[in-house]
Every structure is written in C-alpha cells, then in structure tokens.
Design a protein around this ligand. Structure first.
Ligand code: SAM
Ligand code: SF4
Ligand code: F3S
Length: 439
C-alpha cells in the first residue's frame, strides 16, 4: 500500500504554494494524499508566525497528536514553514512536542526527500533549518490544489523590514526568479489547461531589482501577457513604494492583466506610517490611488490595515478611518497589531491595550463593510466578465466564478468550468455579487 500524507497549511498564499510544492515532491516519491490524518503515515504542518494566534494554534494542534503517534509509532509528524525559522522555536519544539520527528525550514523544502529517507534509515528525529537562503531551486514539482487557477512565485523573501513584520526574518532577502524560468512555468501551466495565474511575492512589484538583468515587474508582465491559453494574470502583494507609473500603464495596456490591485496601506497616520517604516505618507498613498484610478477607472482596490500599532492614539486611528472613507476600498483585511519577537515594534513603548485594539478593529471593520457593500452595489446593472469555476458551494444549483476585479459572483447556468462568460449583476452583498448570464 502506498504511503499517505496530509498537509495542514497556515498563513498566506506563499505557504499555500509551498505546500503544493511539498505535495509535488511527495507524489514523486510515490506518496498519495490521505483523506483523514488517521490514514496518513506522514503529517506535515506548514506554519505561519506573522501574528501570535496561528502560532498558538499550531502548538495546540500538534500537541494533541501525541496519542495518535503512540498508537502508530511509525507515523512521521513534521513541522515546516515560517514559524520554525524563528530563534528559539526549534528548542521549544524539541521540548514541548517530543512526538514531532521532522522539522525543516522555508529555505530547504527541496531537501524533503533526502530528510525523509534519513529518518526512515535512522529512525531518529531530524531538525534541519537553514538560517540563510541558498540559491533559488528551479524545477521542483508542484501538485496544485486547483486545475484552473495557479499560484506562481516570482520573487522570494522581503527586504523591506516594516518594523512590525517578521517576514523578512523568516523568508530571507528578496530574490527574483529568472524571467525565462517564470515564462516556461506559465507556458507549461497553460499547456495543462490552466486559465489564470497569480504571480506571488511578499513585495511582488519589487521584482527584478535584485537581478543583474535590467528588468522591471512591468517588463515581466509584458513578457507574460499573451501567453497562449492564459486568460488572466493577477499578482499580489504590491508595495505602494514600488508602484511605478510604468507598472500602472502596463496594467492598463495588457489585456490579460486583471483590474485588481492589492495595495496595503496599513495605517492612515503619517506618524504611525513612519514608525512602521512603510516608506510613504498618507498623501503619497492618496496621490498614488488617484493616479491609478485615472488610468484604470474600474480598478478594484483592496488593502491590508493594522490597528493598535504601538503609540497609536485615538487621533491616529481616526486618520486611518478618514483615509479608508476617502479611498473607498473594495475590501480590506484588517489586523490587530501583534508584537512579534525580534521585530523593532515589539520593543516599542506605549503598546496599545487589547481592549482598545479590539474596539478599534470593530469600528474599522464596520466602516469597511459598509464601503464594500456600497462599492458592490455600484456594480448592479453592469456586465462583468467571469471565469467560471464550477458549482457554487453555498448554492449548488448555481455557478460561481470571479470577476476581473476578483469579486465572487454567483449566477444561474448553464455554464462550464474554465470558460469566460458575461454576467449581468442583479444583486450585491458585502462579500459577493449575484447575477444572470448574458446570451
Ligand atoms: N508583503 C505584504 C505587505 O507588504 O503588505 C504582506 C505581508 S503579511 C504576510 C500580510 C499582512 O499581515 C500585512 O500586510 C500586515 O497588514 C499584516 N501583519 C504583518 N505583521 C503583522 C503584525 N505583527 N501584527 C498584525 N498584522 C501584521
Ligand atoms: Fe512584511 Fe513589510 Fe515585507 Fe510586507 S513589505 S512582508 S509587511 S516587511
Ligand atoms: Fe505567515 Fe510566512 Fe506568509 S509568516 S503570512 S506564512 S510568509
């Protein structure tokens, strides 16, 4: 009987795609995916540490597997991903999770087959985490979760060092892939029937800055646009500081590049933005949004926002509310500041009490939800191009897909997965649109 694996993924799209690569490596070794953890001979927890909560959850979840391991001593329990790159975590896992027998980091995923074989040979616990990134390893297989839409990493790591953020410490410096390797991967995806790609990077629009070759992210989009079979190109996450006019023009010009931009603002007060080391002011962000909307009027704009950064006063927070009101985002991810050990912000004075943070996030969510609904209502009556993904999960008689602005849309068929169809919007909710097929 084949060995079976189950992977539990926490965190961002970067981790989702890393898990696809891990699954690809395991399938090459002859593993199959298990339906239930109890059926697996290998359990992998791909972790996130961007905020404290996911970290706590992982220790709880893995801790509860002790019994399963006692019943099945050959079971391999592995932890990988961002959390294990933090100083002190290996020791903590060694002591608090004695039933975990494999740990590997974000820089040595490609070593998994070798590490598994070592464990199988010796039966000993194996912890291998590299402190620094090696060269980019090309050609790793990926077993993607979806057959229509694919994540493609184009730049690894981040060198921005926003003062609250752990990512640069656990993902290493910015490293761009060679454009040729990206082009080949996307052509291969197209040949296998994929219709949409999302180019991934913590700071995707910094693509190319670290390469010897003189190439920008806009140049890369121009290379990829028109790949036969690929209908849509998306990308995330863009940093406002790296949002050049050249890129805005490329987005407007290139037919496959979708009119959606995820552009984290984080905060609306210049004092807080400076303490965050974001590299822009509120005025610069507003000016940028103005320029983008001038060139791409129907762009869907989404963002990340943090409340309760150290020293954030009620006035600072109200500035965030004002900016959010002014820019009219289509949607936003809102976060409570979570101090991450090793970051500058974790050591700052005037940490904001939890009750204040909670009260602020409720107010922010309420405001953004109202705006999201308004933005969606403004689309009622319009005709949207939809990439059909299949039956709706909430309403199986209907179909679901996404607009070019990445909005979820539910409509009555007949429709076919993978096709681009035109849908007229008849109703808007905060998180979804409803519509009818156009002939
Ligand atoms: N690279 C992207 C960027 O620059 O916005 C995304 C990085 S992170 C994976 C996603 C979001 O998590 C960030 O945009 C930020 O809003 C949030 N985040 C990061 N560190 C945080 C912290 N310590 N506490 C709360 N939210 C945090
Ligand atoms: Fe973190 Fe800032 Fe880098 Fe985004 S740009 S990953 S928030 S350090
Ligand atoms: Fe988390 Fe790592 Fe992504 S810390 S948000 S999984 S880069």
């Amino acid at each position: 009987m084949a060995n079976k694996y189950k992977i539990f993924t926490f965190g961002c799209q970067m981790n989702v795609h890393d898990s696809e690569v891990i699954a690809g490596l395991l399938r090459q070794l002859g593993y199959e995916e298990a339906d239930e953890p109890e059926d697996a001979s290998l359990l992998i927890f791909n972790t996130c540490c961007v905020r404290e909560n996911p970290e706590r959850k992982i220790f709880g979840r893995v801790g509860s597997l002790r019994e399963l391991k006692e019943e099945n001593p050959d079971l391999i329990i592995a932890i990988c991903g961002c959390m294990v790159q933090q100083p002190g975590q290996l020791e903590r896992i060694r002591q608090e999770l004695p039933h975990v027998n494999l740990v590997f980091g974000t820089h040595n995923i490609h070593r998994l087959p070798e590490l598994l074989s070592q464990i199988q040979d010796t039966g000993e616990r194996l912890f291998e985490v590299w402190d620094t990134e090696g060269d980019i390893v090309e050609g790793l297989p990926a077993s993607r979760l979806d057959g229509l839409k694919a994540f493609v990493n184009i730049i690894y790591g981040c060198t921005n060092f926003c003062t609250y953020c752990i990512v640069p410490y656990v993902r290493g410096r910015e490293r761009s892939r060679q454009p040729e390797a990206i082009r080949r991967e996307i052509e291969d995806l197209a040949a296998r029937g994929y219709k949409e790609v999302t180019l991934l990077g913590q700071n995707v629009n910094a693509y190319g800055k670290d390469l010897d070759e003189d190439i920008t992210f806009a140049d890369l989009l121009r290379i990829l646009d028109g790949t036969s079979g690929i209908d849509r190109i998306r990308f995330t996450t863009s940093h406002p500081r790296d949002m050049s006019d050249e890129l805005i023009d490329a987005m407007a010009d290139l037919p496959t590049v979708c009119e959606h931009l995820h552009l984290p603002l984080q905060a609306g007060s210049n004092r807080i933005l400076e303490k965050m080391n974001r590299g822009y002011t509120k005025e610069q962000y507003l000016d940028l949004v103005g320029r983008i909307r001038e060139v791409i009027p129907h762009i869907a704009l989404t963002s990340d926002l943090i409340v309760g950064f150290p020293g954030e006063t009620e006035e600072d927070f109200e500035e965030t509310l004002q900016v959010v009101e002014e820019i009219q985002l289509d949607s936003a991810f809102t976060f409570i500041f979570s101090p991450r050990p090793g970051t500058i912000a974790a050591k700052m004075e005037n940490q904001v009490p939890e009750e204040v943070k909670k009260e602020r996030i409720y107010r922010l969510i309420e405001l953004q939800n109202r705006i999201s609904l308004q933005r969606n209502r403004a689309l009622v009556g319009s005709i949207q191009e939809v990439l059909v993904e299949g039956p709706s999960q909430t309403d199986p008689d209907k179909y679901m897909g996404r607009t070019r602005g990445n909005k979820l849309i539910i409509f009555a068929g007949p429709a076919e997965r993978g096709r681009l169809m035109r849908v007229r919007i008849t109703e808007a909710k905060t998180w979804s649109l409803h519509g009818e097929l156009m002939p």
